[in-house]
Design a protein around this ligand. Sequence first.
Ligand SMILES: [Zn+2]
Ligand SMILES: [Zn+2]
Length: 245
Amino acid sequence: MQVQFLGSGDAFGSGGRFNSCFLVTGNESRFLIECGATSLVAMRRFGVDPNTLQTILISHLHGDHFGGLPVFLLDAQFVSRRETPLVIAGPPGLGRRLGEAQECLFPGSSKNSWRFDWRVEELEPGRRWTHGDIAVTPYEVVHACGATPFALRVEVDGKVVTYSGDTEWTDALITAARGADLFIAEAYFFEKKVPFHLDYATLLSHVDEIRPKRLILTHMSRDMLDRVDGVACECADDGMVITLD
Ligand SMILES: [Zn+2]
Ligand SMILES: [Zn+2]
């Protein structure tokens, strides 16, 4: 199984990085975790054909995490000319917020006569959801975004990939990421504590409780990027590919 970081940046393009977007390629499944505002650009940059994706998972309803969906859908309709179904799964309220985003950014675009089937699945906190050979368990975290924010524990091909989403520290991350083969975790600041975001020092103080097999940091601000030389774990970079065997 492969994970490619198509976007490892924060909301503000720190370090010239794209918004959050991770491509997971398993034996049968190929899907995105997050589709931030810049994600279609990132897919073009890294040669990812959007038509090869069956599913898009969304952690929470901020533009740098789900804001790429309106243009992804328009591209599928008019440019990539998608013919296969697409499922977009995320927090309660995703369907309404996506419709609003479509109408705000491209008026009329939510009412297309679609050339392919797509649907939104709104996930319940703590309830394991399965789709094809993917299973996703969302855990509620602490982040203000007008809807319930999630960390996502994703199972595919016998591996577990957990993504923290954006959140200040919460013990929910221990449950979500315990023993994961890969834990992709926000490290917004190096050690500064702010509401709704996680800093590297706090994350590190809990790693023994989580015990992921591999930890990769993402969603780094300028403050964090300036200090990565002093960081004791892996940091994501746009385009980076890792293999989980
Ligand atoms: Zn974010
Ligand atoms: Zn956010």
